[in-house]
Design a protein around this ligand. Structure first.
Ligand SMILES: [Zn+2]
Length: 240
């Protein structure tokens, strides 16, 4: 069936002499495997739309449960700022990898909107570190292990929240706290705020305190490693 859909290329693998197999996250079909015939030839019309992070409207000969075939593509956003900034690129690849791993557990087409809006916001200059955290928090829902960041996980109290607990999966109030880690209150407020953010609506986002960011990043890293079954790259190793 010939169809048109918006999509972003998450991975590319050489195939045969001149072709590629692409994994494209599409707005209509979720993640699909597509052969892009001849796209490694310099003069091939598919060459410019068959690379990782290309965001295009694709015309595809779509086959359910089999490899589809790419017919043509028109670029929607080339994310040109990301391509020329090492840090933006590294965080964007981090997000693409994380979404790809999540799709293997849950091939949900909602993830297209998360990917598209996060790359657009990084391209627009919003903090790639904080955008990555927002994406990590949003993906937990699709991995079946949402954090409770609205009220105390133990008693439901919305007041007197003093920390967050990896093993209880969310916030802890003063009454329910016994011992252990206490998150810095600024970090606690920021993670609660980031959890509620609508990626499409934010226009300004920057890190004002590295320590606050690191507290949140360390917490999410630990939570992912303990509860999602997904291997999360440690961000301070992204640049190696
Ligand atoms: Zn409580």
């Amino acid at each position: 069936m010939q169809t048109r859909t918006k999509g972003i290329v998450l991975s590319e693998t050489p195939y045969g002499e001149t072709s590629k197999i692409l994994n494209i996250l599409t707005s209509d079909y979720g993640l699909i495997g597509v052969i892009s015939k001849g796209s490694r030839n310099i003069k091939n019309k598919l060459r410019g739309v068959s690379n990782k992070m290309n965001y295009c409207e694709y015309t595809i000969n779509y086959k359910e449960n089999a490899l589809s075939t790419l017919i043509e593509g028109n670029i929607i956003n080339s994310f040109k700022n990301i391509y020329v900034d090492m840090k933006m690129a590294m965080y964007s690849f981090f997000i693409m990898d994380l979404i790809y791993q999540t799709l293997k557990e849950n091939n949900n087409k909602d993830l297209f909107n998360i990917l598209e809006s996060s790359l657009s916001k990084i391209n627009d200059g919003l903090s790639p570190e904080l955008i990555s955290i927002i994406v990590e928090l949003k993906l937990l829902k699709y991995l079946g292990v949402t954090l409770n960041l609205d009220s105390c996980t133990n008693c439901g109290n919305k007041d007197n929240i003093i920390t967050i607990d990896v093993n209880q999966g969310g916030l802890i109030c003063k009454e329910c706290y016994h011992d252990g880690y206490i998150m810095d209150s600024r970090a606690l407020h920021l993670i609660m705020m980031l959890n509620k953010v609508d990626l499409l609506k934010i226009s300004k986002l920057e890190i004002t305190d590295d320590k606050v960011y690191k507290d949140i990043d360390d917490f999410i890293y630990e939570y992912y490693n303990n509860y999602t079954g997904i291997y999360l790259k440690k961000k301070d190793r992204i640049f190696i």
